[in-house]
Design a protein around this ligand. Structure first.
Ligand code: DGL
Length: 278
């Protein structure tokens, strides 16, 4: 059998490029297709039904463009839509395909890290409302206390190129205060975009708190998953290619996306809300 499948990486916009960069660094030989739904970002404030519908459209696009396995780099899509997709959409339309999210790897990494059993989560409103981290951490250890904080301003600020500004430090100080007051020892950055400000956050919370971001957790989780599932790994092509697609290719996607990815990218403009719809 010829290995044909690529790995799709889906995000609401370009934040997931930071995760892709770490996936590519750790597992460079696979072929990756990145899809950012920038035309409809942010997903954080959207309803669950909207996030579910948009996520199924992204899957239709990626699966019809040669992907065998798709990773939801978007925390909001992982938290709000993934379970329903795995239970309803895949069995209906893509029985042999796999979709993985970022919530479980982050929860596992945090649960394995905390000593005081007090974990903080900073994420979008949608992710916080889904309580996915509370649920997944409690499956691993019900005695862990989870403190959540929605940080709705951060995505907009980072997208405005303010990731190194004084304003973002001020916003962070407000969002981090309740988590610091809760004496957490581990902090989950439950949003694609926060990886870009992980160093600032680490400096602000101090060395006693371990900051965990998806761009660290996801490559380890994918390597472990493929190691445990050689039948899937053999289906994946290993040509080392990277393809970038955006529903809204603008100079901004390429320029800010290049910062997230760590090297220049050029995205192809694609339409996903008409692909393969029934
Ligand atoms: N990608 C989203 C996430 O990780 C952040 C941006 C958005 O709200 O769409 O939750």
């Amino acid at each position: 059998m010829t290995a044909m499948g690529k790995i799709g990486v889906f995000d609401s916009g370009f934040g997931g490029l930071h995760t892709l960069r770490n996936l590519v660094d750790a597992l460079p030989h696979y072929d990756y297709v990145y899809l950012g739904d920038s035309a409809r970002a942010p997903y954080g404030p959207r309803s669950s039904d909207e996030v579910y519908t948009f996520s199924t459209q992204a899957l239709d696009f990626l699966f019809t463009h040669g992907c065998e396995l798709v990773i939801f780099a978007c925390n909001t899509a992982s938290s709000v839509a993934l379970r329903r997709i795995q239970q309803e959409y895949l069995p209906l339309k893509y029985r042999d395909k796999k979709v993985l999210g970022v919530s479980i790897p982050l929860a596992e990494a945090a649960a394995a890290t905390t000593v005081t059993k007090r974990i903080g989560v900073m994420a979008t409103q949608g992710t916080v409302d889904s309580e996915v981290f509370v649920r997944e951490i409690h499956k691993l250890d019900p005695s862990i206390q989870v403190f959540q904080q929605a940080a709705p301003r951060l995505v907009t600020m980072i997208e405005a190129g303010e990731h190194v500004s004084e304003d973002i430090r001020e916003a962070l100080a407000v969002y981090l205060r309740p988590l610091l007051d809760a004496s957490i020892d581990t902090l989950i950055l439950g949003c694609t975009h926060y990886g870009l400000i992980a160093d600032t956050i680490q400096a602000m919370v101090g060395p006693a708190i371990t900051v965990i971001s998806e761009s660290q957790a996801e490559p380890r989780a994918l390597a472990r998953y493929l190691g445990n599932h050689p039948e899937i790994d053999t289906k994946l092509s290993k040509g080392g290619t990277r393809t970038f697609c955006s529903t809204d290719t603008t100079d901004k996607f390429d320029s800010l996306g290049s910062i997230f990815f760590g090297s220049p990218i050029h995205a192809r403009a694609v339409v996903i809300d008409t692909v393969n719809r029934t």
